[in-house]
Design a protein around this ligand. Structure first.
Ligand SMILES: [Zn+2]
Ligand SMILES: [Zn+2]
Length: 419
């Protein structure tokens, strides 16, 4: 079989073009498409964004996608009188309530293993979170090569499930009004389409964010208060019928007591003696918390540490959503069933009832035919479908198109040829 030589960027663009030629009928209209602004990141001038586009119906959008090949397709959460006008003249009519859950905002241990930063000035490199300043040359200009793994996406999914629970139980939003999707890269998006919410301004949306993130909770409003040197329940007895944060604090603190390791307890500053007491009397502590919301079993804990432990309970229950995305009422967000320029995956809708079983590394894969020879500079091991690939280091490999495209989009490889 002959091998065609081809330039990487052209190769990726051609694959995206192929997708939009064959699959544009899968791209569905968001509600009130005629009132939305669309934005496109074009292949021709990478990072150049074409904004303020508007389409009267889904057919004109589909034709546009076939003729103008974009690496990313976005649309406004907002509705406008004149979506194609300049920002000040658009005439804002309202916006869907949207949430972004990105692995970036979830404290997992894996970025240490799969994210690399490179100093643009002196070339120093390191793993994990990018520093604010280069330790060698003191400059603040970095290139980042981030990866996303099973743990990243499983954590993002867990946060999404928590968010759904908040929206349904605490805000009374129905499943019909919620749409969840895998973003195609490091997380999940959630849209709430509800007429009453549509008109909320940025500040009101910030209130919703703070509630869901558990920011600024005042314990006395949630069944607990300071009494002498302890935190005690305002009412004793079972709170299992409670709603909102009162129930979440009870549950989250219970979970923390149940799962806290010695390392975690020492990290929040418990003394060795108290940590020992905690570990040896965990069962008693659980029972006492369940029955009367009391940490009294641990002698000498002190009110500050009690607060800290309850704060861990809040952390356990809060959903790690991105504040900026939800409070920005002009936000552009990726359209479902379009491709993500950093992965070649598609943004994929997820059924709420099936979210537990949703596998992004299976469902979001697009390019299932053909194989490509690429030269990989550096890539960690990853799974697509049932197959495991890598790790690769400065080597030439022949991969199925979907796996090759992922590494090419991530700028970890270049094309040698298509077989
Ligand atoms: Zn440097
Ligand atoms: Zn990860």
């Amino acid at each position: 079989m002959g091998v065609k030589k081809i330039e990487t960027k052209t190769f990726v663009r051609n694959k995206f073009a192929e997708y939009y030629q064959e699959c544009s009928s899968n791209i569905l209209s968001p509600p009130f498409i005629e009132k939305r602004e669309f934005g496109f990141i074009l292949f021709s001038e990478r990072m150049m964004m074409l904004r303020h586009k508007n389409f009267k119906n889904i057919d004109t959008l589909r034709s546009f996608l076939k003729s103008t090949i974009s690496s990313d397709v976005l649309y406004s959460s907002a509705y406008y009188e004149e979506p194609a006008a300049e920002m000040e003249e658009k005439g804002w009519l309202g916006a869907d309530l949207i949430f972004d859950i990105d692995a970036d905002h979830i404290p997992t241990s894996c970025p240490k293993t799969h994210n690399i930063w490179i100093c643009n000035n002196c070339g120093a490199t390191g793993k994990g979170i990018t520093p604010t300043q280069c330790s060698s040359c003191k400059k603040q200009n970095f290139k980042e090569k981030t990866w996303f793994c099973e743990l990243c996406l499983t954590s993002a999914k867990e946060e999404t499930i928590k968010l759904i629970d908040f929206l349904m139980k605490d805000f009374g939003i129905s499943t019909k009004e919620i749409k969840v999707a895998f973003s195609g890269h490091r997380g999940y998006h959630l849209h709430v389409n509800n007429e009453e919410i549509r008109g909320l301004d940025s500040l009101s949306r910030k209130e919703i964010v703070d509630y869901i993130r558990g920011i600024g909770l005042e314990l006395s409003f949630h069944g607990l208060e300071k009494r002498r040197d302890r935190i005690s329940p305002i009412l004793s007895g079972s709170d299992s019928q409670d709603l909102g944060w009162r129930d979440r604090i009870a549950q989250g603190t219970y979970n923390f007591i149940l799962t806290s390791s010695r390392e975690k307890l020492e990290k929040i500053g418990l003394k060795k003696k108290i940590t020992n007491l905690w570990i040896n009397h965990r069962e008693d502590l659980l029972r006492s918390w369940e029955k009367n919301k009391s940490l009294r079993h641990i002698q000498g804990l002190g009110i500050e540490k009690e607060r800290e432990i309850i704060q861990q309970g809040v952390e356990n229950q809060s959903a790690k959503i991105d504040t900026v995305v939800t409070t920005d009422v002009h936000r552009l967000i990726r359209l479902s069933n379009t491709l993500h320029g950093k992965t070649g995956f598609k943004k994929t809708d997820v059924s709420i009832t099936d979210i537990d079983r949703f596998d992004p590394f299976k469902s979001a894969i697009v390019f299932k035919k053909g194989r490509v020879i690429i030269f990989v500079s550096d890539a960690p091991q990853f799974r697509l479908g049932d197959d495991i690939y890598g790790p690769y280091n400065n080597e030439e490999v022949e991969l199925p198109t979907s796996a090759a495209l992922l590494l090419l989009c991530k700028e970890l490889a270049r094309v040698k040829g298509e077989t």
